[in-house]
Design a protein around this ligand. Structure first.
Ligand code: NAD
Length: 300
């Protein structure tokens, strides 16, 4: 689309308190946009807002609550008079073989990453249509590459990508564009906490082939995402090799590609079982930050 400049654009960003959302919000503000930061973590929100100028509106919300998503859009429109772009970026990760992992962590991962993105986008859509604006949803390389131990995360991100693809066709005639954003491992707390506290996750990452095993610097992801937003791209891959993985996606589920993952899967299971025995299933399946979001087990 021509004539779209980030300058002065009002952009509601969920998961804006830390990691990819926070760092990108800072760069968007530097380029003259007006990010609005929404997140579950009120303390982190305030810290991030302090390093953004001019001071952004911050909104504490849980994206799994549709009413809170609607209220966040309303507050944004009240404060800025409009909403040009929504970026459903809030996400969590959990880990563990499907049969053994915490059911609360599995279902919460889908609730935050897929249903949360749906609630966010649905709430924002009327205001975005008014502005012939732009919708982005943070998906992942895991939307099309599905390693063992990551069934919840991969399912949530594959679903998020599918949602974007359907929505894109629905709103194109209204002048609205829709992006799915696909990072590989990026060096944020999400990945660091997994490496540090979940030995089975660490084992998976070590077993992956290059370039899939590497965690890339946050600044690189921010650069790619901001350029993608500027160009209103329909798919933003970071770094560029993820674009190639997208094009070659059928090969990612071939036996040949999966060979090293098939070989390490039994060890992942036994390391995970040991962690469950030592720490309990919720703690083995998710970081402390995510475990704090888990309610009682609803699936037995
Ligand atoms: P992060 O943990 O640093 O940041 C995620 C943010 O989302 C946090 O501020 C957290 O409080 C917020 N959040 C979590 N649950 C929420 C909820 N229910 N309601 C509102 N906010 C909530 O992680 P990140 O690496 O910056 O991840 C950002 C997005 O990028 C996520 O969707 C993640 O799945 C995706 N992603 C990350 C990587 C990676 O390697 N870091 C790779 C691919 C995709």
């Amino acid at each position: 689309m021509t004539g779209w400049k980030l300058s002065e654009k009002v952009i509601l960003i969920t998961g804006g308190a830390r990691g990819i959302g926070a760092a990108t919000a800072r760069e968007l503000a530097r380029r003259g946009a007006r990010p609005v930061l929404a997140d579950l973590d009120g303390a982190a929100l305030e810290l991030t807002a302090k390093v953004i100028s001019p001071a952004p509106l911050t909104i504490e919300l849980d994206v799994t609550d549709p009413a809170q998503c609607e209220a966040a859009v309303q507050r944004t429109v009240e404060a800025h008079g409009r909403l040009d772009m929504v970026w459903a970026n809030a996400g969590i990760a959990s880990f563990g073989p499907l049969q053994l992992t915490s059911a609360s962590a599995w279902t919460r991962t889908v609730e935050v990453n897929l249903l949360g993105a749906y609630y966010t986008v649905r709430a924002a859509l009327p205001a975005i249509i008014d502005q012939r604006g732009y919708v982005a949803v943070t998906c992942s390389l895991a939307s099309f590459a599905h390693p063992p131990g990551m069934s919840a995360y991969a399912a949530s991100k594959a679903g998020a990508e599918a949602m974007c693809n359907s929505l894109r066709a629905e709103v194109a005639h209204l002048g609205v564009e829709v992006a799915s954003v696909h990072p590989t491992w990026i060096d944020t707390d999400m990945v660091r906490e997994g490496d540090e506290t979940q030995p089975a996750f660490r084992l998976l990452r070590q077993a992956m082939r290059p370039p899939f095993k590497r965690a890339y610097p946050l600044e690189r992801a921010v650069g790619d995402i901001v350029v993608g937003f500027e160009q209103r791209r329909r798919r933003i891959c970071t770094p560029r090799f993820v674009q190639l993985a997208h094009l070659l996606r059928p090969t990612l589920t071939s036996r040949a590609f999966e060979r090293n993952l098939l070989a390490v899967a039994p060890e992942i299971t036994s390391v995970f079982q040991k962690a469950v025995a030592e720490r309990g299933v919720d703690s083995a399946s998710a970081s402390d930050r995510v475990a704090a979001q888990l309610g009682p087990e609803r699936v037995r």
